[in-house]
Design a protein around this ligand. Sequence first.
Ligand code: ADP
Ligand code: MG
Length: 388
Amino acid sequence: MKRTTGEYEHTAVAGEEVAAFIPYPLPPVNPPLTLGSEHGVLLRTAEEGLRRLELAAAMVPSLEWFIYGFVRKEAVVSSQIEGTQATLIDLLAYEAAGEDSADDSGDVQEICNYLDALTFARSEVAREGGLPLSMRLLNQAHARLMAGARGADRLPGEIRRSQNWIGGTRPGNAAFVPPPPHRVQDTLSGLENYLHAPDDLAPLIRTGLLHVQFESIHPYLDGNGRVGRLLIALLLEHWGLLSAPLLYLSLFFKRHRDEYYRRLSAVRTEGDWEGWIAYFLEGVGTIAEEAVDSARELFDLVTTDRAAVLSAPAGSMMAARLFELLPQHPMLTIARAVELLETTRPTATKAIQTLEDTGVLVENSGKKRDRVFIYAAYLDVLKAGTEL
Ligand SMILES: Nc1ncnc2c1ncn2[C@@H]1O[C@H](COP(=O)(O)OP(=O)(O)O)[C@@H](O)[C@H]1O
Ligand SMILES: [Mg+2]
């Protein structure tokens, strides 16, 4: 045991006696966080990775290019960690076909909700007079995340009023029992205080601490993992480590999911903040580097394809214009192209045809009506790691 990171309260849930964990406020004390030279290396690598990601994003004509794809990647993977059965391709197909497409399970809707929650939270903190980074903001983001049929009985936007537990089939064999409802408010106030209090620890390390603290409190009936990972994205921007949500860190958690859960637990059971921080920093460094590589790859691909489109025999202004829209619309229908180009159906069809002839667009469905065209090479790079 490195240190004690909280206390237990014995309560009865569903007829069983359980020990609910109440985390001490941040930062870690007795002893304070003890970072070795290996942490120093991991921290510098992670910070450098974020700087390089920021630079990579600055290469493209519009930052929205990468935000579009990378944010969706994070939304998909963060949702997959806890069992959402939809891929990046499912999400894009849904967005391309709009109302027409099928999403019977509601899985894609859940991912759209995540995007809505993130967009909302970012615009609030950016807006003059908007909500600051706070529990009120996270609650409103949670309301959006839980919107729709699936989340209706999970108190969207509200702090839980009952005891919950994680893992196991019943409270008695749970992996973790978070604070009893009457201790949720004060532990959350502590979290908020820490968020705005001065601290000598590097912002990236504070971000890692706050994620665990949020998961330990588990303030909602559901959606705690996703809101807690959304908090990471918001903090990276809040503390100036990135200017846009380009780090799809959930991919690291998905790839090393058992370790993710194990490290979260070890903070409670062994007081091991240091082990969590090493894992977290390694994740930031790894994903930042992968995102830089994939940004470069996407940029190179677009550069090569643009040259091909511009020199196509049947090349046209419209085809060139449509091509420039593809990074933000890597799947589209003819109807969508008509809208985007503000042109007629024959003209849009011809532009798509040109991009198909050049090998940029590939037709995805056999259906005659509402055919979907995809920028396949682009999506092949972007979708890495988002398969089920
Ligand atoms: N042992 C643990 N201790 C603390 N937090 C945990 C533990 N195991 C999992 N978690 C966190 O709980 C999340 C799942 O909680 P849940 O409310 O179902 O969130 P979501 O519905 O967004 O997946 C995980 O994604 C993880 O962040
Ligand atoms: Mg859940």
